[in-house]
Design a protein around this ligand. Sequence first.
Ligand code: ADP
Ligand code: ASP
Ligand code: MG
Length: 506
Amino acid sequence: MEGSVQVLKFGGTSVGSGERVRRVASIIGHHLRDGEGMFPVIVVSAMSDVTDQLLRIARVACTGERESWQQEVEALKQRHLEAADKAVHKREGRQALQHDLQVAFSMLEQDVSAVEAGRSAATMEQMGDGHASAWALYAAPTISAWGERFSVLLVAAAARDLGVQAVPVREEVIITSDLQAEMLPSFGTVVGADPLAQETRVNAARLIHPLIERGIVPVAPGFIGRTSRGFITTLGRNGSDYSATVIGEALDCAEVTIYTDVDGVLSADPRVVANTRLLPRLTYAEAARLSWFGAKVLHPRTLIPVAHRNIPVRVRNTFRPHTRGTVVGPAPGAHSAAAAITVRRQLALITVENSDLFGAPENAGQVFELAARAGAAPVAICSSSGHHLAFVVEEQAVDPVVALLQHDMGSWRVSHRRGLAACACIGSGFTADPMSPARAITALARERIPVITQGVSDTGIILIVEESDSERALRCLHRDLIAPVIPLVRHEIQETHEERREVRQG
Ligand code: ADP
Ligand code: ASP
Ligand code: MG
């Protein structure tokens, strides 16, 4: 294939209504005309909240409440048909889209009925016993995949309405591993499968290359994949950023752009902190650390497929497409001097200690091996000596980890504390200031926020606080560490005239 490709991914808010879908279509048209020689390949999320609704439908279907899930499916169908009305203005295109949506919704209903009856071939063959495994392996991915499938229909039709040659990609592009039985969570939790790079490359070449060669813009579903045996999988909640870079890597793209509802990666979540600042440039490592510690703007795995290939990832605002956004990329020989504050919630602290300071062997290796065996990677390691180790894990993982440690570590005392959050101050330039850790602790002390434990390194400061204190902590850390040296920038979604009118009328 000749010429370079850029992947443009649009998130749930960006496609959250008919007018917004139309706005997305016009951005696609703009990239096609003005894309600096890069042909656009589109990856879309489900409309905002649709995945939650589909998972609710799957849950209700598992309990057999037919009337209740049918009502939810009907409401979902109406929302998409209304969006179709606003997204496509020409009659012929709109009718074709309405027909496609009707067909897709009847297929969803068939899938939900199959989940309800528990009689699908896939269920029987793969599952064995157990409600939780049936949910994780079959019901959740099969039903939640439909959100992205509806979106590709809307976006491709809206693009065609604006004169762009575009088609929905109706198959899953990403090929993933099977979910392993031992990874299965409790009922109701969505597990992500791992993409297989080589298989995805072959599949992407089959589905996408012929379209690009004919000058047709492919509109592909994010979030979803399938195994080589044909079972539907997902990359986990909020995984469509990740799917964009997986597809981008498979297509050897020149750049991936994540279009979302903020101007780029900011110095903190603007929903929590008022005076945030746009970070124009971030290294892969900085962005990865930010998303690891809870910055939702990028899924934590987004940079894995592209960092080793030096493919830049741009984060831009669908509602202010003229702004340049943030570029995440390689940083040869230098750091970006970016600084940001983020928070990861629902954590628990595990402490493992031995009072026999001279008789007990060092235990860190054994502790982490047992934690991994119980399915929990430490989110952060806060303190360690040969005989005392403190680390945080996701709260949902704490019971199995503690049980295994207590069982296997004989004389060691294992304790834990739930309901915590990690406030992370991230940025290489920022920690170059030797006073930063002191300023961070002082900022919290001034607000009477106790620091339960902490970890400092040259790439960040992690402060563990009570979850109930975490928002206040975030604000005062931003105020005392970031805001004094920055200009104030406010970020709001700019709504169109039509959207404003719709809100007023609603
Ligand atoms: P999308 O639906 O486009 O995937 P998300 O809701 O997943 O969007 O991510 C965008 C949101 O991430 C923003 O609306 C913002 O509230 C949140 N966010 C959290 N931390 C940051 C940050 N440091 N910079 C920008 N946005 C952030
Ligand atoms: N629609 C999926 C979710 O809500 C993926 C995404 O939007 O990133 O989890
Ligand atoms: Mg997202």
